[in-house]
Structures are given as structure tokens and as C-alpha cells.
Design a protein around this ligand. Sequence first.
Ligand SMILES: NC(=O)c1ccc[n+]([C@@H]2O[C@H](COP(=O)([O-])OP(=O)(O)OC[C@H]3O[C@@H](n4cnc5c(N)ncnc54)[C@H](O)[C@@H]3O)[C@@H](O)[C@H]2O)c1
Length: 360
Amino acid sequence: MTQTRLAIVGGGIIGRTHADAIRACPGSDLVAIVDPFESGKSLAKDLECPHLETLAALIGLHPDGVIIATPNALHVPQAMTLIRADLPVLVEKPLGDTANSCAALVALSDRTGVPGLVGHHRRHNPIVQAAKTAITEGRFGTLVSGTISATLYKDARYFDVAWRREPGAGGPILINLIHEIDLVRHLFGEITEVTALTSNSQRGFDVEDTAAVILRLETGGLITIALTDAGVGPWCWDTTAGENPARFPAMPAVSHMFAGTQAGMSLPDLSFWTHEGPRDWTVPQVNRLLDRVATDSYIEQIRHFAAVIKGNETPRITLSDGARNIAVIEAIRGSITQRRPVPLGTHRINTSPKPKAMME
Ligand SMILES: NC(=O)c1ccc[n+]([C@@H]2O[C@H](COP(=O)([O-])OP(=O)(O)OC[C@H]3O[C@@H](n4cnc5c(N)ncnc54)[C@H](O)[C@@H]3O)[C@@H](O)[C@H]2O)c1
């Protein structure tokens, strides 16, 4: 098997997670970390990996693919430079800072056939895959109502990095909520209308620390999301799913509760509730756990990226998905500023562009 040579641009917190995943993924090698600043240099030193300062130097190295793990505002320009240089990219979420800039990136990838993925890694998680299977097999039915809690308490040091306090780059709507948006769209389909309120009463930054969001789905279901990075509680995917034990403890709590026409399902415990007889609130319900295979989402993401680069798989989370997630976030921002529900329309997500290797 030929090794897939991957580089990481941005050697910060998530850059390290990707580096560990590449090293743990058979068939992939980490060939460079590109980051002109101290954090990237020291990560490269720790990992005894070549360190570069510019994208131009990276392009000269001809890696097979590049992971972009820099601050949000750099994602689209860096991805465009790399795609123009014929290099497939895995871009961390959020794909970009505006839906328009994301659309330009989607168009470039479509035109060139150079593939791109977005780092909404939960779609690689076996818990999400088990939930999706129950939905696609019809055991859950159609989503009627859902409740998602994203309760995180981020310590003060997290906000020492300036962009995390800045509107348009930081804040839990862009950094954390976008994962929930992608998860909802992946499991239940398109979002057609949003309503939201925010508060910054705890931290007092220009960006929100708390939000309440309601989503209307194309299928008619409604989902409410309670989001905060300043409230204490375990009810959050990151702190319950055990997905990144190097960073977060896995607390025994649920963060997602979905009511379907046939069953109820909570995550990440994969509890699946159905009536013992007719669907009726007076009839007892039985609970069982859905099966899942234990795999590491970040390692699976790297395996998938390598398979996309080789033309053996098509992107599971396309650049169009990333762009649509940003469009939902923009609508949420619109709802906050206009103090009203905002419709999104039912624009369809393109199928991912065929990777070059598949076109040839
Ligand atoms: N998928 C996830 O669950 C997840 C988790 C955390 C962060 N993220 C995303 O990853 C990105 C990075 O987040 P982070 O928390 O690791 O941030 P961070 O600040 O810890 O790391 C960013 C790194 O980018 C480097 N950098 C800045 N400008 C650069 C440039 N021009 N070229 C190369 N490197 C440059 C910085 O020196 C720093 O090392 C963000 O977009 C964030 O939303 C995703």
C-alpha cells in the first residue's frame, strides 16, 4: 500500500489532534506542519516533523493532501490556494466566514475537480452512524421534535486567543453550534427556517456566550438548541460522547433527544425507545441500546480523506455541506439582529464533485 503523505496547516489545538490521528492511521504519514507562529513550531518540534512557514513552501513539497486547521478567516483563502495548486484539502469547520466566500470555494473545487472535505468529524463517529442507520432503515420514523443541549464551560485561558472573542470568527454559534447544524442536516435533512436569541451576559465579549435556537426542518419537524460556553453542565456532545479523550472527559449524560413518529432516540448513549404495543402515552415503552462499532472519529476522518485523495471514496462531508451550514448560521445571525424567524429556502446540496482520480 502506498502511504498517503499529509500536511497540516495550523499547528494549534486541533492541529495536534489531526497530527495524532494521522500518526495513528495506517497508510498515512505526516510530512509537514505549516505555521509561522510559535505554537506550530513547537508542535513540529514535539513530533519531530518537518516545519514550514508558508503555503508556497508546502506546495513545493508536493504532499498528497492538506488539512487546514487555522483560524476561521483563513480557511477559504488557504483552501483556494491549495486547490489551485492541485492539492486536495480537508478544511476544519466552519468552512469559511461567509456563505458567499464558501460558494466561491465550492465553485473552484467543482471546476478543477480537486476534492475538498469539511472537518465536521461527527459524521465519522460510530454513534452518529448507528443513529443514521436507525433513521434510514425507517425504525425511527420522521423527526417530529428534538432537543439539543450544547453546554460547555470554557475556561478564561481559552479566550486569551484574540480571534475567539471576535464577532465573525469566534463565539459558540460559529465554533460549536455549527457542529449541531451539520448533525441535524445529516440525520434529518434540510433546515428551512430559524429563530434565535443570544446573550453575552456572562463574559461580556462582543460575541455571544449563550444562545437559544429553534430550527424548522423541511420535513416539518422542530428542534430546539440550548447553547452556552459560560454555563456549567455535562449536557454537550463534546463532554459526553468520549470522542476526544485527550481533551475532554466523557461524562455519563445525554445531550441530544429526538422524538420520531416511530421511536425516541437519545445521543450519545444511543438509547432507543419504542412502545411495547400501540403508540400511546399510556402504554409502557421499552428501551434498548443501538449497536455500534467502536472507532475513533478523527482517525476514521483521516482514513476517509486518504481514500478520497486516492479516488476510492467520495467526500462524506462536501464543501457544499460546509457552505450550507454557514448559510444556516448566517440565517441564525439574521434572526438575532432582526428579531424574527428567518426562512432559508430549500436550496439543494450539490453532490460532491467527482475527485480527479475518479474522473480519469
Ligand atoms: N473539528 C473540531 O471539533 C474542532 C475543534 C477545535 C477547533 N476547530 C477548528 O479548527 C480551527 C483552529 O482552531 P484551534 O482551536 O486549533 O485554534 P488555535 O488558535 O489553537 O490554532 C490555530 C493555529 O493556526 C496558526 N496560524 C495562524 N495563522 C496562520 C497562517 N497564516 N498559516 C499557518 N498557520 C497559521 C496559529 O499559529 C495556530 O497555531 C478553527 O477553525 C476551529 O473552529 C475544530
